[in-house]
Design a protein around this ligand. Sequence first.
Ligand code: BJW
Length: 230
Amino acid sequence: MTFPYRHIVVLTGAGISAESGIRTFRDQDGLWEEHHIEDVATPEGFARNPRLVQQFYNDRRRQLQSGVLPNAAHDALARLEKESDATVLVVTQNIDDLHERAGTQHIIHMHGELLKARCSHSQQTIDWVGDITEADHCHCCQMPAPLRPHVVWFGEMPLGMGQIHDALTQADLFVSIGTSGAVYPAAGFVHEAAMHGAHTIEINLEPSAVESEFSERRYGKASTLVPALV
Ligand code: BJW
């Protein structure tokens, strides 16, 4: 696979998993049509009503394990990593594991992972495939602490930021796939990559909130456009 780039950073959002049957957030029929962000995606919402928040993530964890499969866009990115001479880092905002199931190895889940739980006291994470209930506590601390989903809510610091900034500084190609550009700091990555000289490509169903920052834009389904790019 010949690609005229040496260091590639790919940012993915909910749109890349939409054709696998996982709902996005802000589209028609998206998750935010049924749920208030401040109830299910903030630490304050979790403190107010842990049962509601656990239910929201338990439902999504179950769905992820009930026949959902990676699609052609996930497959194409895994192929890119395997077959190109360039370094490829996938930075995903998604908490599903579809990139890994497609074969991607070099990946940062900046908003966490659905198949992990986290001790609310020590922040230690453990693999978790079932529901998290209020009775589940971790035993990593002297006082057992409640488990929470290993996800990044509004007002919390996204994960892997140091490594992401280093990669954006070195990237000569930055590709954003299936994200609305509504949530920071991810929406600012295109600016950072461009400032350091990267060519920047947006792939999405429609122009994102930061589309004017990109040097190239391709609109349509990720399952068609990502394999075509790769
Ligand atoms: C297709 C498609 C197909 C559909 N093919 N495309 C004011 C200004 C700037 C920032 C702030 C501000 N006030 C507050 C902030 C910060 C805040 C923020 O950004 N707020 C905004 C609302 C303004 N951000 C934070 O709090 C973050 N933390 C933070 O900033 O820490 C401080 C810090 C300081 C300095 C440096 C670094 C950090 C944390 C954000 C946490 C986000 N959490 C969530 C939920 C948790 C995970 C989960 O439950 O799954 O993450 S919210 C939700 O949005 C989720 C997603 O990862 C994230 C992004 O959504 P995404 O992926 O873009 O999905 P959609 O639905 O929006 O878009 C899908 C797109 O796909 C659409 O455009 C479709 O067209 C497209 N599409 N089908 C191609 N087939």
